[in-house]
Design a protein around this ligand. Structure first.
Ligand SMILES: *Cc1c(COP(=O)(O)O)cnc(C)c1O
Length: 368
């Protein structure tokens, strides 16, 4: 079989998604037992899942023989209540927010279409667009990683269907101002997808209120970060009813398992866990930023997320991330994020103990 002849021609050009390295693989590679390895590479919550979510998931297991309600109806209601929106404005989906990005791409993109992506940013926008044959147009962020809203608007052409924005941005940590988001929504005749995966950690407000004003805006959210449920793969989007209706038509039925749905509903109102998670991150940002600035020449960027971006010049991100890896700490070498250059690393905020180890390892890197 000449399989390649059957393959959609655009699939060849899709870059593989590069995940954070796992503890299991790292343990086998460097010969350190898994329990001695720290993973700060995927912006996971170091506190473990919300205890309320674990309880709810366990209880729900007893009904695993039944299909969940269609369209995750109960979760949509809980999210809607939380945000003071109607459930008809919520599309809840799995696996993760990645699935929302995929469904949106599936609904609107085809060969010859374009999407606008401001790099460096989350790499799945590019993968998803290319999966459906669309061409990404990349707009590089400024030196301080701010976007240039006019450059983004000017990159929108006749065939542009989606502008992907991320705020707080992964992997750089900075946010986009309300003024810039309004400017882009107002001046582009296409969907503006705003990824708020990290908004719960931010001291700046979410842009959900803009949904009442702009029907081309879609906001993406996830249970993988502040809610600590990355392994259960639950995401959601807030958008116009019209778009929700179409996404429901083309998305996979029952994409959120009953166990995941129960856990997510419980996590939404586990305020004690949410507050604890945010506090840990805010204290950790200060600890890591001060620790790195006081002990190295590296530049730590300000962040609104649960991670920090660090420029490790004159060393390369590869050298520094390998040094940490060999000492049992997995962080992110940002080389796989298009437009990041060769000196950017990303470190998830860990517990005080984990952060201490990171600071120590970065400090003694100077001697290499
Ligand atoms: C983690 C993350 C997501 C979503 O992750 P899921 O686990 O698929 O919900 C989306 N966007 C950004 C920028 C992220 O960092």
């Amino acid at each position: 079989l000449d399989y390649k002849k059957l393959l959609n021609s655009h699939v060849e050009s899709i870059p593989p998604y590069v995940p954070g390295k796992s503890i299991q693989v790292t343990s086998a590679e460097i010969g350190i037992p898994p329990e001695n390895i720290i993973k700060l590479a995927s912006n996971e919550n170091p506190l473990g899942p919300s205890p309320a979510a674990i309880d709810a998931a366990k209880k729900s297991l007893a009904n695993s023989n039944m299909y969940p309600l269609a369209d995750a109806e109960n979760l949509r209601k809980a999210i809607a209540e939380n945000l003071s929106f109607s459930p008809e404005n919520i599309f809840a989906t799995g696996p993760g927010m990645d699935s929302l990005i995929d469904s949106l791409s599936k609904a609107v993109l085809s060969s010859g279409d374009e999407v606008v992506i401001s790099t460096p940013t989350f790499s799945f926008y590019e993968i998803s667009a290319k999966t459906y044959g669309a061409t990404p147009v990349f707009v590089q962020r400024k030196e301080n990683f701010d976007i240039d809203p006019d450059e983004i608007i000017n990159s929108v052409g006749e065939n542009t269907k989606i502008i992907f924005l991320c705020s707080p941005n992964n992997p750089t940590g900075n946010s986009i101002s309300e003024k810039d988001i309004r400017h882009i929504c107002k001046n582009s005749n296409c969907i503006v997808f705003l990824d708020e995966a990290y908004i719960e950690f931010s001291t700046k407000p979410s842009m959900v209120h803009l949904l009442k004003e702009f029907d081309n805006l879609i906001i993406g959210r996830t249970f993988s970060k502040v809610y600590g449920l990355a392994g259960l793969r639950i995401g959601y989007g807030i958008m116009s009813r019209e778009i929700v209706k179409d996404l429901l038509k083309i998305s996979l039925p029952f994409s959120i398992s009953s166990v995941s749905e129960s856990a997510a509903i419980a996590a939404l109102s586990d305020f004690e866990y949410i507050e604890k998670s945010k506090k840990l991150v805010h204290e950790g940002i200060k600890q890591l930023t001060d620790g790195i600035h006081n002990n190295t020449k590296f530049k730590v960027y300000p962040t609104d997320g649960n991670f920090i971006a660090v420029n490790v010049y004159p060393y390369t991100s590869k050298q520094v991330s390998e040094h940490l890896l060999n000492n049992g700490v997995i962080i992110r070498n940002c080389e796989s994020f298009r437009g990041s250059g060769r000196n950017l690393i990303r470190i998830t905020i860990g517990t005080e103990e984990m952060n201490k180890k990171v600071i120590k390892l970065l400090s003694n890197f100077k001697q290499f």
